[in-house]
Design a protein around this ligand. Structure first.
Ligand SMILES: Nc1ncnc2c1ncn2[C@@H]1O[C@H](COP(=O)(O)OP(=O)(O)O)[C@@H](O)[C@H]1O
Ligand SMILES: [Mg+2]
Length: 256
């Protein structure tokens, strides 16, 4: 479904990805873990094609994202749903209008057809009764649900989730994780979730990858991942202050 091959990403002086490679199979729920600032959101933007890598190639199905013309890229991008970290809802639009937005912008469906899809997706995330509310009237968990509903309206084959449970209290975070699992299973959609939250990662993942200093340093199914002998993974899992991860380790690759 997705492949990143030896991807490099550099922002001016700062090297963020340094030979990052990863393959994602259809219907997997892959979770990429990494520290804050390690490049997780960058990876999602690269897959979505909103950012061009400094080197390497990125494939979505048979398409090489990095080589597509603008028009074709926009067409391919419709098959990828994105759930942003802060939900990214438009504050002046109510729930219905936020969820309808991709359909209004990218399809020629009638108002009636759009309402049908919006109702169906809001129902899936348990938000059908909140159609007329504004984002400011919603809790963090509700905003996340709306954002997930919006990512599904174009029936994507792949969804990308950026720290879906960040900033939510633990109970609501679990509820959102469960929702992600049930939705992806119900609609046979492949998902890539990036997070720095262990509990959430272990709940969601069918496979996990650890990003560190611009590369995947471990990749395994959750049970095996837990037993990783990699010192960085072990430290990340335990949250220990002892180990190779330093507070400034993200800067280390820039100086390497
Ligand atoms: N557009 C940009 N220009 C310059 N630096 C950027 C840009 N986007 C991200 N970065 C830097 O790249 C690093 C990785 O960012 P990001 O992918 O957002 O990390 P994460 O999502 O893992 O917290 C950070 O140090 C960030 O400051
Ligand atoms: Mg991020």
């Amino acid at each position: 479904m997705v492949e990143l091959r030896d991807v490099h990403m550099q922002f001016e002086e700062k090297k963020v990805l340094d030979g990052f490679s990863l393959k994602v199979d259809p219907q997997e729920r892959l979770v990429i873990m990494g520290q804050t600032g390690s490049g997780k959101s960058t990876i999602l933007r690269l897959i979505l094609g909103t950012l061009q890598p400094s080197g390497g190639s990125i494939f979505f199905k048979q398409f090489e994202i990095t080589k597509l013309q603008r028009r074709k890229l926009q067409e391919v991008r419709r098959h990828i749903g994105m759930v942003y970290q802060y939900s990214a809802l438009l504050s002046s639009r109510n729930v219905r209008d936020n969820v309808a937005l991709p359909l209004e912008e990218l399809t020629d469906k009638s108002r009636k057809e759009i309402d049908k899809v919006v109702d169906e997706k809001l129902d899936l995330v348990g938000m059908k009764d909140s159609k007329d509310l504004l984002p400011s009237e919603l809790s963090g968990g509700m905003r996340k649900r709306v954002s997930i509903a919006r990512s599904l309206v174009l029936e994507p084959e792949l969804i990308l989730l950026d720290e879906p449970s960040a900033g939510l209290d633990p109970v609501i975070a679990s509820v959102i994780d469960e929702l992600i699992i049930s939705l992806t299973e119900k609609s046979n959609v492949t998902s890539i979730t990036v997070t720095h939250e262990m509990d959430s990662a272990f709940r969601i993942a069918t496979r996990m990858a650890m990003l560190y200093q611009g590369k995947v340093i471990e990749e395994a199914e959750p049970e095996k991942f837990k037993e990783s002998e990699n010192a960085v993974v072990a430290q990340f899992l335990s949250g220990s202050t002892e180990g190779p991860i330093l507070e400034d380790s993200q800067d280390a690759i820039a100086k390497k």
